[in-house]
Design a protein around this ligand. Structure first.
Ligand code: CA
Length: 219
């Protein structure tokens, strides 16, 4: 599991980072400012967010983050700050841990929120990969802040892949979901729409072809 810890207290951050490494996490990065998270939240399975940060209150960071990402967030809060906890849960935090955080509890809560996030029936509202932003509810796609005009089928293909970002999606599954059936002519149509989608997004490497199987949208 890849986690980023946003915490300005160096001692606290070091204890959490070292503790999560010791728990066998794959990657544990540390940021000391809230705004840094808004520019570098991709590629993580979960975020640990302190509320008392030097630049921007963690609650405001969370609200901004939720406009662009559904990554699981566990908030670190001071003891007795129930109002802050409730505000954060309403703003989209997945869970919270009261400081001083016990690393074993933090790890368990992280694992639980990530499991829920990765559950098969989960469908995010917004998928952000690098500078590509897919809003599955508004049916819009932006690259580097600019809207990209996709055809209905191109968007349907993008959505089918983006909402399973990081997972391989078979061609047959794609055809079934986008066209409602699968046959050789639809298979050719998929190639055409995939070509159109890739050209319009212009982000080589975003959609990987898995030969003999299908495609994967990068996380
Ligand atoms: Ca702090």
């Amino acid at each position: 599991m890849r986690v980023v810890v946003v915490e300005d207290d160096a001692g606290m951050a070091a204890a959490v980072v070292d503790g999560l490494w010791a728990q066998g996490f794959d990657r544990v990065d540390h940021l000391s400012h809230g705004l840094d998270l808004l520019t570098s939240h991709t590629g993580y399975d979960a975020v640990i967010l302190d509320l008392g940060l030097p630049d921007v209150n963690g609650y405001l960071v969370l609200r901004q983050l939720r406009k662009v990402s559904s990554v699981p967030v566990v908030v670190l809060t001071a003891e007795g700050d129930e109002l802050a906890v409730v505000s954060c849960l309403r703003a989209g935090a997945d869970d919270y841990v009261v400081k001083p955080a016990r690393v074993s509890e933090l790890a368990a809560r992280l694992e639980a929120v990530v499991r829920r996030w990765q559950a098969t029936d989960y469908r995010p509202a917004i998928v952000v990969t690098g500078d590509v932003r897919v809003d599955l509810v508004a049916r819009s796609v932006e690259v580097a802040g600019q809207p990209v005009a996709l055809t209905q089928k191109e968007f349907a293909v993008a959505r089918a892949l983006a909402e399973r970002a990081g997972a391989a999606v078979g061609r047959e599954e794609l055809m079934d979901e986008v066209w409602g059936e699968k046959n050789p002519s639809i298979s050719r149509s998929l190639d055409v729409h995939m070509g159109g989608l890739r050209a319009k997004l212009n982000r080589p490497g975003l959609i990987t072809t898995i030969h003999g199987f299908g495609y994967r949208w990068d996380r």
